[in-house]
Design a protein around this ligand. Structure first.
Ligand code: MG
Length: 236
């Protein structure tokens, strides 16, 4: 009722609302094999080593590399790129555990944080209900995906992301918000969405001026999610 009232008043859904309609399910078709990066891409992970990555405290990245992928080692913390990025085209493939454990946010949770603070959610959202602004493909806590184009757990999935960083004025105030366009498995799920600020759980922190380039971070949310074939093209 409250949600309907808010909608009638032209306001947004409350954050993490379970009343919000679920994005329609779209079958994206079978998993494809990895396609090699374009020639001008910066390869961040080619399946062999974590030389481009660090732990949050700048020590060596601690996740497990095996059979061409890297897997979250629960409890070791996030992993971030050694170098910083601003505007990028990012390709990244991921798979949630084939063995299904947990419900909602506890099933196959990880995340891709542009500039360390703007999260595109990674989750097993195949027949796993959760709040729509927290399912796979959501800009976490801000915007659900347009559709749910996830594959079953254990299968490889692909994000293709265009991220435009926020712009700040000389006095530190916001000039232009960050924007994100995302395809999941070839299906458009975020269409040039304007972020309202850094993403957060049960909070909507405002923008705060930051550097033009910051690392790309992958989240350890306690689940052994896998990643492979990670590359970026810098845009300016
Ligand atoms: Mg997450």
């Amino acid at each position: 009722m409250l949600a309907l009232l808010l909608m009638a008043q032209g306001q947004q859904w409350p954050q993490h609302s379970m009343d919000r309609p679920r994005p329609p399910v779209v079958d994206p078709g079978p998993a494809r094999s990895s396609v090699p990066p374009p020639k001008d891409a910066i390869v961040l992970f080619d399946g062999s080593n974590l030389s481009q990555w660090r732990a949050a405290d700048s020590s060596a990245a601690k996740w497990t590399v095996r059979d061409g992928y890297v897997e979250v080692k629960p409890g070791t913390g996030t992993m971030q790129t050694a170098r910083g990025f601003g505007d990028v085209q990012l390709h990244i493939e991921w798979a949630t555990p084939a063995e299904v454990k947990g419900e909602s946010q506890e099933r196959g949770n990880s995340g891709i944080f542009l500039m360390t603070m703007y999260e595109l959610q990674v989750l097993d959202s195949y027949q796993n209900d959760t709040y729509p602004d927290g399912q796979a493909g959501a800009i976490y806590g801000e915007n659900p995906p347009l559709v749910n184009a996830t594959r079953p757990p254990g299968q490889w999935q692909e994000y293709d992301i265009v991220f435009r960083r926020p712009r700040f004025k000389a006095d530190g105030s916001l000039e232009k918000p960050a924007r994100m366009t995302v395809f999941l498995n070839g299906v458009l799920i975020q269409d040039n969405f304007e972020l309202v600020g850094p993403t957060a759980n049960k909070a909507r922190p405002p923008y705060k001026a930051h550097a033009d380039k910051l690392p790309l971070t992958l989240q350890d949310h306690g689940n052994p999610v896998r990643y492979r074939n990670i590359w970026v093209r810098e845009l300016e």
